[in-house]
Design a protein around this ligand. Structure first.
Ligand code: OAD
Length: 255
């Protein structure tokens, strides 16, 4: 770390120390050092190899459910043995040491913050390890609980034996609403925090990236942790250039 980065780092530590409420927004980059590919990195990102509109929209799933199901099934399989890294652990340990002080908001569906022991995680884009029904059951005029997704008939994708409804991964696709309660809690944290830490996200996807704008508008310091430039750098009070597994443990260790 050069001397200008070192002094920015110390400044951020002072802000964090003084903050009663910290909000933290994470993205795919915090899992990169666990071996999980990001979305937008030029060579290795998922969206360098696949088109989101072929795989991460409801239209894509309706057009070719098996292809989309298989893509998510492969990602689930690849994630099964993946372990959290030092960045995830640093956040989890901070939350455990300072209950209620850091609200963790993630766009990640990989469950690694939870696996690291973070006591509460607002998962804005859902979780890849769970399924939900594609359609509500209204057409079949049955209450939803007449069909249990875990009792779906095996297949790719599994389907309800009674009404044919398809199971789909419980992630948020492009064009879909974010889970209302998680988003409301995230917005509340953005409005009341004194520091908004933004780690491992390109800041390209809204409404998640909008949380950093909301925090800034409410007077918080916005701090970016990322090895590369992001779309949120221009509203940041401090940019810490480096990887999350390297920076977060030192940033969040006790003073
Ligand atoms: P992106 O792939 O857009 O951005 C990943 C960010 O992580 C980039 O800014 C990288 O520079 C940074 N990065 C890479 N390695 C890192 C490391 N070791 N430490 C810290 N940062 C690192 O991923 P997201 O911003 O998470 O949505 O993307 C947001 C959403 O777009 C995702 O949740 C997903 C995607 O399409 C849906 O699937 C709905």
């Amino acid at each position: 770390m050069d001397s200008s980065q070192a002094s920015i780092f110390e400044q951020v530590r002072v802000w964090l120390h003084a903050a009663r409420h910290i909000a933290m927004l994470t993205g795919a980059g915090v899992s990169a050092e666990s071996g999980v590919p990001t979305f937008r990195d030029a060579q290795t990102g998922m969206w360098a190899r696949f088109r989101p509109e072929d795989l991460a929209t409801e239209e894509a799933f309706r057009r070719d459910p098996q292809r989309v199901w298989d893509w998510y099934a492969e990602r689930r399989e690849n994630l099964r043995d993946v372990q959290p890294n030092a960045g995830h652990s640093a956040v989890a340990e901070f939350q455990q040491r300072h209950p209620g002080r850091l609200t963790l908001i993630t766009q990640n569906v990989d469950g690694l913050h939870q696996k690291a022991g973070s006591p509460s995680v607002l998962a804005l884009h859902g979780t890849i390890f769970e399924n939900q029904w594609l359609d509500r059951c209204e057409l079949a005029r049955r209450p939803m609980d007449a069909c249990h997704v875990d009792q779906a008939e095996p297949g790719r994708p599994p389907r309800c034996a009674q009404c044919g409804n398809l199971a789909r991964p419980a992630v948020v696709w492009f064009g879909e609403m974010l889970p209302t309660a998680a988003m409301a809690a995230a917005e509340q944290a953005a409005r009341r925090c004194e520091v908004m830490l933004v780690a491992g996200t390109s800041g390209a996807v809204y409404p998640a990236a909008g949380l950093a704008h909301q925090a800034r508008a409410a007077g918080a310091k916005v701090v970016i942790v990322n090895p590369d430039e992001t779309e949120l750098d221009e509203i940041a009070d401090a940019v810490l250039t480096g990887t999350s597994a390297r920076i977060l443990p030192r940033l969040l260790e006790d003073w």
